[in-house]
Ligand binder design. Sequence first.
Ligand code: RFL
Length: 381
Amino acid sequence: ETKPVLIIGAGVSGLALGNFLLREGIGCVVFERRSREYVEHRQRAGVIDTRATRAFRKRGLEDRVGDGVPTEPNLGFRVDGQPRPLGLSVEEHREGRFCPQQVLVRNLISGFRQEGGDLRFDTEVTVEDHENPRVRLGDGSIIEGDFIAGCDGSHGVTRAAVPEDRITRHTHEYGYAWLVILAEVPAHQQTLMAIHRRGFAAQFGRGPQASRFYLQCPLNDTTEDWPDERIWSELGTRFGEPITTKGAIVEKQLVPLRSEVLSPMSHGRLHLLGDAAHIVPPMSAKGMNLALYDADAFADALVHYYKNDDPGLLDAYSDTRLNDVWNYQAFATWFTNTVHDAGDPGDRGEFHHRVARADFERLYTSGTANRLLSEFVAGLA
Ligand code: RFL
């Protein structure tokens, strides 16, 4: 008798995986420690790229990826206060969707439940055994499964269940933080990004009435250093024009920019997906997308295993995904450093600043350079 796949975490990767498996007729249970209400209101990412959109389409689930506003064909850069929109040359980029993460999450939850999926909120689990997969629920009961999918984020229990000598954590700190703001301000375009001597700044739309604003700041800043008035004035300076609509600021947090990759991504019958396995800085807009690529690859591997009785793709899951993860980690590192150093080089100095400017300007002058960026943005590199 086949046991279910035990999916820990109802974030992007866990819910996508659950929907994919249900579509393929593979039994699974999703456990989420938070409430449905909490998960459905967690505001984070906003772009589902072309590759992730195609993963949903492949299984007839494209309608679950949200309202479906196509991604705009250019990035709204402003350099030293002047508009410098950067056109993206890869036409497939338009298959991507501009969709707030919580809208995707809501749609994935309702789709999964409608099709009879077993999704348990307010259920924190711990890993009992990864060879003969078993998880323990808060009430002490034990559930057995065929596999464990660790979709529980970077602070989750699944990565911690792997013995330290069997997994390596590769980490990188960028040396600066972002003040991350959520405000009730409509965005006039999907992306607005300022490269400026005083530091990077950005505005990304999050639904019709909300925007995320970002301000590069020193690592040791605190939110007390950033009263609302200072935020609006600093954004105005870096964008080169004052912010005229100043809606309520509903969230303010400091996020040090960092990258992380855990290797390998599999241990026995436990496999890690999404943030549980890797973190990229938000500048790359790849965190949510990598989580979706993982879910797509892991679902394919399970389908292959159950339909053909062949564990080949499962055995290869970690190596295959890590090749791809490092490719996008390379993109994330390059793009993050470029847009920050091209503005404020910080401790890295004038030489790095000029190199970053040259890297950035090439995106406008070289079709080849632009094409590579565009492929990464679409998820097709
Ligand atoms: P998630 O979405 O965090 O889901 C993990 C889930 O696991 C649950 N959980 C447990 N459940 C049961 N038992 C346990 N023991 C559990 N432990 C944890 C948690 O409650 C949670 O519901 O991880 P996942 O699926 O890997 O998805 C990753 C993405 O959410 C993440 O990469 C992105 O949000 C990152 N990110 C961005 N990504 C982008 O692609 N573009 C962006 O613009 C972008 N902006 C952002 C971001 C992340 C941010 N955070 C986290 C600070 C902006 C912000 C502010």
